[in-house]
Design a protein around this ligand. Structure first.
Ligand code: NAD
Length: 250
């Protein structure tokens, strides 16, 4: 029987440009649930709190929920062995960048250096009027909604809400990385969120080998995945890093 982990490890060692594309699944083992599904965040919260119109007309209610989910709860999460293994691959020069749909900063906390945050980040809050950006940890959230010191406007987390556009630089860099990729690791994502889900398709169209890591199959699996490594990111990725490290390549 073919050992798919060994095959994936060899492809990564021989690749001149490997990129990882990650979704909510990689953070599940850090205690952050995905949005959808039985135990997803949207089974407990109404997604309208991330709707721009609702946010601006009900800033207090939105911010109470946003603080609870993204700052009190996400804020306590730590990177897991999956995040750490990706940082290890990058440190060794075997991974060029991570394109992530996540907004939780866990790749950076694990040590990843080149991370393109397709949906922005919860680490920053911005003033929609004057553009001032602040570290979320430096904002006083004892009184909600938090307001800009300069002009008193309601501050907004610097991740995208429903209907908002993708940050320009992250968009351009993510698709540029996809076009250059010889191997793309697609980890913990269903690919249901557009346009993020186009990143792996762009890589595949440009000739990349797609290695998918997920406990379940996804729409990518039958369409573009070449090697499917069934399992949890926190278990498969450390094993993959170990195998890549052990390979002797001439
Ligand atoms: P999704 O919720 O649609 O799908 C999650 C995927 O992860 C599923 O395919 C599931 O089988 C898989 N998964 C579950 N446990 C896993 C594990 N231990 N290891 C590997 N895979 C596992 O996720 P999505 O495709 O990223 O789309 C959700 C959207 O919500 C994204 O746009 C993202 O921005 C956002 N989101 C972010 C966070 C975060 O920042 N951590 C959390 C929830 C949602």
């Amino acid at each position: 029987m073919i050992d798919y982990l060994d095959k994936a490890a060899r492809l990564i060692r021989e690749s001149g440009f490997t990129v990882a594309f990650t979704g909510a699944g990689i953070s599940v083992e850090s205690g952050i649930p995905p949005f959808r599904g039985k135990n997803g965040l949207w089974s407990r919260y109404d997604p309208k709190v991330l709707d721009l119109d609702y946010f601006y007309s009900n800033p207090h209610d939105s911010w109470v929920k946003i603080k609870e989910i993204f700052y009190d709860f996400f804020g306590k999460a730590q990177p897991n062995p999956g995040h750490i293994a990706l940082a290890g691959l990058e440190q060794k020069g075997w991974l060029k960048s991570v394109v992530t749909q996540n907004i939780d900063n866990l790749h950076q906390e694990a040590g990843s250096k080149t991370v393109w945050e397709f949906h922005g980040s919860s680490q920053w809050v911005v003033c929609p009027r004057c553009g001032a950006r602040h570290f979320a940890t430096e904002i006083d959230m004892s009184e909600l909604p938090p307001r800009c010191h300069e002009d008193g406007s309601v501050l907004k987390p610097d991740f995208i809400f429903f209907g908002e556009g993708i940050p320009r630089e992250a968009y351009d860099q993510s698709f540029a990385a996809a076009r250059k990729a010889e191997v793309m690791l697609v980890i913990g994502t269903t690919g249901e969120v557009m346009p993020a889900s186009m990143v792996p398709y762009e890589a595949a169209r440009s000739g990349a080998t797609i290695i998918e890591i997920n406990p379940e199959t996804t729409p990518f699996t039958n369409q573009i995945t070449h090697i499917f490594l069934e399992g949890k990111a926190g278990e498969v990725l450390p094993e993959l890093l170990q195998r890549v490290s052990q390979l002797i390549v001439d």
